[in-house]
Design a binder for this molecule. Sequence first.
Ligand code: MSP
Length: 514
Amino acid sequence: MKNFYLTTAIDYANGSPHIGHAYEKVLADAIIRSRRMEGVNCHFLTGLDEHGQKVQETATQRGMAPQDLCDLVAQDFQKLCSRLSIAYDDYVRTTQLRHRTVVQSMLLRLHAAGEIYKAPYRGLYSTRAERFVLERERVDGKWPDDIGDVVELEEENYFFKLSRYQGWLVEFLQKNVNFIIPSFRQRQVVEFLKEPLNDLCISRPKARLRWGIELPFDAGYVTYVWFDALVNYISAVGYGREDFFRNWPADLHVIGKDILVPAHAVYWPIILHAAGVELPKQILAHGWWLAKGGEKMSKSLGNVVKPLDYIDLYGPDAFRYFVLREMAVGQDSNFSHELFTARYQGDLANDLGNLLSRLVHMVRCYADGRFPTAWPAGPEELQLQNRATETIRLVRAFYQSLEFSSALGEIFSLLQETNRYAERRAPWKLAKRASCERELETALASMGEALRIAAILLTPAIPTAAQEILRQLGLPAVSNWLDLAWSNALDGKVVGEGTILFPRVEEAGALSPL
Ligand code: MSP
């Protein structure tokens, strides 16, 4: 059986991880974990994009060999992943032999098929974007930030015959209207394809750039970094080997909106099609995290969010929860300290954390530390039970359609409903009256059951906290939610010692000013 194969963009090895990198990993991880909870076998790939001019320049500035720089950066990025509990199956680095071999075999194949030719080229080159740019890309007469300074260059290079596939791609997108999600992104690609495509320059002379994969048919050149990078999606799963098809075609490429056009939506499908490789099934282009006020985060503005600061202070699950709850997938969002702390305090510490600690405390005080069996449900319990059943249905559907913010919203309304139920039933009052023993037992069992369901549904978003909740309720971790329903799973289970899941954080001043 083929795996559900998901990839993220591979991060550039010339900087340190920021919120964009962290968000994309969390989003991808939540998708994978929700698929696994549905019982689907998955393969999750992420990695590092190590070649290119910027890496070469940064290494030179720091007086290091490029590979040494990449090794250091790889450690930083992997550390971020492990802090965030990113459950990837494979981490690809474009300097690995397995990757280089596949890049070269793709190039040989395209060259042999007459898809690559050599020609002189004169044009305007952007070091920042690492590509030749066109006059029409100026905005109000100026080069935009992602292009930066340009210089005029003339050199012989190798070109991939991209333009001859323009008609094919347009037709493909017409037939596959959900190839790119959200759908407004697919429409942008269709718009982009209304202008004629140029062939793609896929080489860089070694005189200008040494840090790349050598062209297999001309040792004077290295491969253009985007051609190199995109191929990671097939090199990492063994393109050319029998078991390649255990994963390929990819089910979902998760990327940011800035690298959709032209790289993922134009170059990648055409490269694959020309090489006779099946296309990925879908591309998800997520939005960007912006600084408070909607500005782009940039080092020069001093408004870059360092995810590790937040993770260190509030914990990985708090960070995961915040980014998944706050950003509607596909849209941009502002990162603000106030919003972060409001979510932390309101949702995580109060609605969820307090419910768990109160409940464990009550089971220990009033039921000898074991969950009692519920008596036949009254109207209050039935209401909670129906609500939980509906939540399971809605949340599974929201996860399936990648609506994480709505999924989490639903789970937290169930938690709020459970807290209201607790207030109404007031087990601490029932405990004082011997005649109310049954009501007390039913109340504790019902609160526990609602919390058990919420914890299981929270697993893709906050896996560590979810598992800790189950442990405190006396249950093992769960690997899927296929049979999840209101039940008596907690009967007789021994609760844990009690814990504060999301403690009060005092050192908020330690964070960068946002
Ligand atoms: N190396 C290329 C990708 C090659 S994929 C074959 C690259 N790297 S990157 O490090 O610049 O970006 C990695 C991912 O982070 C991209 O998907 C990018 O969109 C995402 N983000 C970078 N900044 C971001 C935000 N501020 N917000 C959300 N995601 C953003 O591009």
